[in-house]
Design a protein around this ligand. Structure first.
Ligand code: URA
Length: 257
């Protein structure tokens, strides 16, 4: 890909803005040599003359560029922020580098958490990866910690595990879900699908109400292991990615520019 297009796709500005950065000699190789609009980003020899450089060799004002296309990040979403690009109020994008919202493809949440839910939220600009992570047939487990308004009755675990529970307004029963009782009003629930407001609606079906909801883990990736405080994010490396899609370890590593 041409350097100009590449920088535009990473959100560094409009065509004109990016051309101005390059013309000003601010985009360089690792040794500080200025690059040109027609230089290319990628591996191997350039198509015709000029330079072709890998993502890792590019610098803007001497600093490495943002992550290459194909990023996968984890955010510890706090309560009160929305997984949207334009709702009124605080958005998850307000917690991420501002350029991420301007990338093409944009960095999108992998599934959503409600405004009132906290915990592990994945984000990626990689459409096929997003598809694999959210595909209903994959049944990727999602683990939630739940605080309830009323004491558990005792039959919830059996009802959730049965695979017959029907949510209001739906025609297909839920997949079996595992409930671990942690206290009178406290539980851990593992789901293998992601329907709208699913946890809250499941407990509503048992006559209870969810007071606090926190996603602890997705697949084998636990938020605690990432050491993120609420509002913090990190990029996931190949080993962490492999915890999400075991069996796909090869080809899951970050793509090079
Ligand atoms: N279930 C819910 O009700 N809300 C979430 O944010 C996630 C799962």
């Amino acid at each position: 890909m041409k350097l100009r297009q590449y920088l535009q796709a990473l959100g560094y500005g409009t065509r004109r803005e990016v051309e101005a950065l390059i013309a000003a000699g601010r985009v360089t190789d690792a040794a500080g040599g200025a690059l040109y609009v027609d230089d290319e980003v990628g591996e191997g020899a350039p198509a015709r003359g000029g330079h072709r450089l890998p993502h890792a060799a590019l610098r803007l004002d001497g600093a490495p560029l943002d992550p290459a296309p194909g990023l996968l990040a984890a955010l510890h979403k706090p309560v009160g922020v929305t997984c949207s690009t334009k709702d009124p109020g605080r958005l998850v994008y307000d917690l991420l580098p501002p350029r991420w919202k301007r990338r093409d493809p944009i960095v999108s949440p992998v599934g959503r958490l409600d405004k009132d839910t906290s915990g592990l939220l994945l984000l990626t600009d990689d459409g096929p990866l997003l598809h694999r992570l959210t595909h209903p047939r994959r049944h990727l487990p999602k683990v939630y910690r739940v605080r309830l308004a009323e004491a558990l009755r005792g039959d919830e675990a059996a009802r959730f595990a049965a695979g017959t529970l029907m949510l209001e307004g739906e025609t297909k029963p839920l997949l079996p879900a595992a409930l671990e009782v942690l206290g009178e009003r406290e539980a851990r629930l593992t789901l293998h699908e992601g329907r709208y407001h699913q946890v809250r609606r499941m407990f509503a079906a048992t006559g209870n109400a969810v007071l606090a909801l926190h996603r602890e883990a997705i697949g084998g990736l636990a938020l605690d292991a990432l050491g993120l405080a609420a509002g913090e994010w990190c990029l996931l490396d190949a080993a962490q990615r492999a915890l999400l899609l075991p069996g796909e370890a090869r080809g899951l590593g970050p793509r090079r520019g």
